[in-house]
Design a binder for this molecule. Structure first.
Ligand code: ISL
Length: 585
């Protein structure tokens, strides 16, 4: 049942794509007049474990990030999202939090964090913290106490099923070898709930004392001056605590069931009233579900959160019913256009979206959506950068993608670190499944591909660490690295910088109406962005061959704002992975 996350997104009829014929009155509501900083932000995601190691222990750290602040500034980005940096035993690399108000030992100290925050703010870069509120670590004091006795005051900070009631009703777990979401605890003679690994017990949001503790902790970070939160797995925080059997319609899509807790939005609205509304804070939710559900997190009148991810784009191109197993037919651009256009039109009149092609749960974007063969790695990276940065949604750009870093494609399971991959591997092994096929597929899709250390230079380990890196560095660091790219005005790095400036200087790219053109072209993604009489045309060739866009627009007199080839495009044809943005008037 691991495929459940692939089928979370049932289409909702009322929002079906109608990209050519957008609703003008709804669109006119989305102008610069409702601008807020987080809509105009360009967020750079840093996986701290893999960015820069300052002390030679092989693990990236806060001092490492501090030493690279000027580099981050040089990118032009306006915000940074840090994956969890809290105290953690790191079974899920920080998504198992043992203390929400202290810093992970390997990453440094609270004083380092304060220096980092000030350094970011001095450079006018906002900081988003990653908040994991569905679960904590079994090493958190709350859980250590809770599991000692049913009368312990922290017992009700978690969800329990008393053993005298028999075996608990089935709940699926994402990172459990038995896929069982309940774990027996002897001292209390009860089972605790964990939607993720058994070392990640789910927090009981029914308990108002727990909720107040969470809000207090959020205020602690906001008082320090953090600017935003990325709210991890937030859709799962509310549970029907009678724990009924899973409804039939959720057989095989338990994640959808998890994302529909009865009090989910009561809790988020309370969080907004008690905490978020009191600060100028940007929030982005991991908001599982279809458009109707996701909209509930971000529709302005609901007073909940600001931005939402959808997962529908990044889950394209996999075989149905098999977790993250790449479809041998490859990606289908028509599906991609349909999905991104659908979500654009959903956010046209309400809420606000995000645009990303990679993050710490995804492989590298160039391997998955572009082409990492030597002839195309750079040009297709630039094309994907153009896509991310020219859509109407806040871009979340993943560290290393500016260099065109690609998947490392491990051959051996021993090279992997990720709890998700290792769990899935064991499950397949226990069932006598095809491990070779699994490992081949994971070369494309596994999360560790996106977590390898940043490639700073051509010295050992790409200059990431002088020690032994916690995860291998992609051996192509000798060629693909920052130092090389700084020297080259046409590098993927310098292209990213140009694209950042283009977006920052162009409200049309931020707020402009999006219209899909040449919808059935299987190679080219073409769209216009329009605002206040200004019109831009974006042409992206997603294929490795020359292709022609049929947009009906005469570009002969149009100005080229950016082009990922260094020479002018021959009339009428886009070269492999070519990206061009034209100003039409
Ligand atoms: O990682 C996924 C697919 O590979 C997602 O299904 C992921 O489990 C889901 O998006 C929730 O993710 C978040 O919480 C997880 C953590 O492992 C992820 O890194 C985090 O982004 C558990 O805390």
């Amino acid at each position: 049942m691991r495929h459940i996350f692939l089928i979370l997104f049932a289409a909702v009829g009322m929002y079906l794509t109608s990209c050519r014929h957008s609703n003008a009155s709804a669109d006119s509501k989305k102008t610069t007049s409702d601008a807020t900083w987080w809509k105009e932000a360009i967020i750079y995601q840093i996986y701290p474990r893999s960015f820069k190691d300052s002390d030679g222990d092989g693990v990236g750290d806060l001092k490492g990030i501090i030493s690279k602040l000027d580099y981050i500034k040089s990118l032009g980005v306006t915000g940074v999202w840090l994956n969890p940096i809290y105290a953690s035993p790191n079974k899920d690399n920080g998504y198992d939090i043992a203390d929400y108000q202290s810093i992970m030992k390997e990453f440094g100290t609270m004083a380092d964090f304060d220096t980092l925050l000030k350094g970011m703010h001095d450079r006018k870069i906002k900081v988003f913290m990653d908040l994991v509120l569905n679960h904590c670590s079994d090493e958190h004091q709350w859980f250590k106490q809770a599991r000692t006795s049913r009368t312990n005051p922290f017992y009700n900070y978690f969800h329990w099923w008393p053993a005298e009631k028999g075996t608990p009703p089935a709940r699926w777990s994402h990172f459990d070898e038995k896929a069982d979401g309940w774990e027996y605890n002897k001292a209390t003679n009860s089972y605790y709930l964990h939607y993720f690994a058994d070392c990640q017990p789910d927090l009981n949001w029914e308990n108002p004392t727990l909720r107040q503790d969470i809000y207090k902790m959020m205020r602690f970070w906001l008082e320090k001056g953090v600017d935003g939160f990325r709210l991890d797995a937030l859709a799962f925080i509310s549970k029907d605590t009678t724990f009924p059997a899973l409804p039939k319609e959720y057989n095989g899509s338990w994640g959808m069931f998890y994302a529909s807790g009865p009090k989910l939005h009561d809790y988020i609205q309370e969080m907004n009233r008690e905490v978020l509304s009191k600060y100028n804070v940007g929030t982005v939710a991991e908001a599982f579900g279809d458009i109707e559900r996701v909209m509930k997190f971000v529709a302005e009148d609901r007073k909940e959160l600001n931005m939402a991810y959808h997962f529908e784009g990044t889950e394209l191109g996999y075989l149905p019913n098999e977790y993250k197993m790449p479809d041998p037919k490859g990606n289908n651009l028509l599906d991609m256009k349909r999905v991104y256009s659908k979500w654009d039109s959903a956010f046209m009149s309400r809420g606000w979206g995000t645009m990303y092609l990679a993050n710490h749960d995804q492989p590298r974007m160039v391997t998955r959506w572009g082409n990492d063969a030597p002839a195309f790695r750079e040009v297709s990276s630039k094309m994907l950068t153009t896509f991310i940065m020219s859509m109407r949604a806040t871009p979340y750009y993943y560290y290393g993608d500016e260099l065109g870093m690609n998947n490392i494609k491990f051959d051996k399971v021993e090279d992997y670190n990720d709890i998700e991959l290792l769990t899935n591997y064991t499950q397949i092994k226990n069932k006598g499944g095809d491990l070779k096929r699994f490992l081949e597929g994971m070369k494309i899709s596994s999360r560790d591909n996106g977590r390898t250390p940043f490639q700073w230079d051509s010295t050992a380990n790409g200059g990431f660490t002088v020690g032994k890196p916690w995860l291998k560095v992609n051996p192509n660091y000798t060629d693909v690295n920052l130092v090389n790219q700084e020297k080259d005005p046409h590098s993927t790095l310098n292209y990213f910088r140009k694209m950042v400036e283009l977006r920052k200087g162009n409200k049309t790219l931020i707020y402009g109406k999006y219209t899909l053109l040449d919808k059935s072209n299987p190679k080219i993604y073409a769209y216009t962005r329009e605002l206040d009489g200004k019109k831009l045309l974006v042409l992206l060739n997603f294929s490795d061959a020359n292709a022609t866009a049929d947009t009906g627009i005469d570009v002969s007199k149009a100005k080229i704002l950016i082009n990922n080839y260094n020479s002018k495009s021959p009339d009428g044809q886009l070269r492999p992975y070519e990206a061009i943005i034209y100003e039409l008037n």
